[in-house]
Design a protein around this ligand. Structure first.
Ligand code: PEP
Ligand code: MN
Length: 338
């Protein structure tokens, strides 16, 4: 339920309004913008009577939210959310490029790629330390050593870092060491993990689950937000369909759906969706054109020998060419790109 307060509401009326809901055991979330005073009422609001609320002094309007997610909904928060990562603004009119290898493999590898992607205009460095692999016999990531190398790359090159979290016990380390915490597709409905991440202060990049509907994905974002962390970036990374030529099917319309339903920024992952390096540039251009807020792209200096996802990784030179093309398109579609 959304309560809009009158512009001339007094401090006392506001206090009484809050007390009315809190005394009934509801949580009040302030979603006010520059020009409007708006509150979301969280809890089972079916027991509340709209006419009773209209009678509270200072109330301008009462609207029931028709969707099961509340904090993630546009109704609750009409203004677009912009997330600040060390001064980099994610969302709004900005198109932000996150790039780096699928897995951190060695110091030379991560530092060399970090330098290259930074020179090409990437603003954030990715690199997996913990890898959720289909086979237990595949490379599982360098784990804490990988995270250490990623931090060294951040120090040397000066890009903020994002890496995937696997379990709740890693949260204190990730909260201290990482600039954005990635929740992978396979963990999108790990509700305990989502709740725990809701108690952190770091932005969370939440990938869409392999077979998750848009509503399930937004409900996963709601789990993080309901626990107190509003800094959620959604990421469409391709979904399971009958098609096997591509690794997954990029649901480009998901960006438009999220823009209709939510205020949260939404990214596209052109690497895991197509699963082929040859498709990354085209899918990235599509992401920019459709209005995504950014992309997360895999780049590797030696993809033929990469320990994971080499087939979908761009070489630095190709990444550089792609960035040049994207920078030409950005102003045409009204986006700012570094
Ligand atoms: C990744 O980013 O390397 C990854 C494993 O992605 P996803 O969770 O989308 O499969
Ligand atoms: Mn990968």
């Amino acid at each position: 339920m959304i309560i809009k307060a009158k512009n001339n509401i007094t401090e006392l009326e506001l206090k009484n309004l809050k007390e009315y809901f809190e005394s009934k055991g509801f949580q009040l979330a302030d979603a006010s913008g520059d020009s409007v005073k708006v509150f979301g009422i969280l809890g089972d609001t079916s027991i509340l009577s709209e006419s009773d609320i209209y009678n509270i002094p200072g109330v301008a309007s009462v609207t029931r939210i028709q969707v099961p997610y509340k904090k993630a909904s546009k109704e609750f928060h009409p203004e677009k959310t912009i997330i600040d990562v060390n001064g980099i603004k994610i969302g709004g009119d900005n198109f932000t490029v996150i790039a780096g290898p699928c897995s951190v493999e060695s110091k030379d590898q991560i530092i060399s790629i970090a330098k290259d992607v930074k020179n090409s205009g990437a603003q954030i460095l990715r690199g997996g330390a913990y890898k959720p692999r289909t086979s237990p016999y595949s490379f599982q990531g360098l784990e804490l050593d990988g995270l250490k190398l990623l931090k060294e790359a951040r120090k040397e090159v000066g890009l903020p870092i994002i890496t995937e979290i696997m379990s709740e016990d890693l949260i204190p380390i990730f909260e201290r060491d990482v600039d954005i915490i990635q929740v992978g597709a396979r963990n999108m409905q790990n509700f305990h993990l989502l709740k725990a991440l809701g108690k952190t202060t770091k932005p969370i990049l939440l990938k869409r689950g392999l077979s998750a509907t848009i509503e399930e994905w937004l409900m996963a974002a709601e789990y993080i937000m309901a626990s107190g962390n509003d800094k959620v970036i959604l990421c469409e990374r391709g979904i399971r369909t009958f098609e096997r030529y591509t690794r997954n099917t990029l649901d480009i319309s998901a960006v438009l759906a999220i823009k209709e339903l939510s205020h949260l920024p939404v990214f596209i992952d052109p690497s895991h969706s197509g699963g082929k390096w040859s498709m990354v540039e085209g899918l990235s251009q599509a992401a920019l054109a459709v209005g995504a807020d950014g992309i997360i792209v895999e780049v590797h200096n030696d993809p033929e020998h990469a320990l994971s996802d080499g087939a979908q990784s761009l070489k630095p030179k190709r990444f550089d060419n792609m960035m040049e093309q994207l920078r030409k398109i950005a102003p045409i579609v009204g986006k700012n790109m570094q």
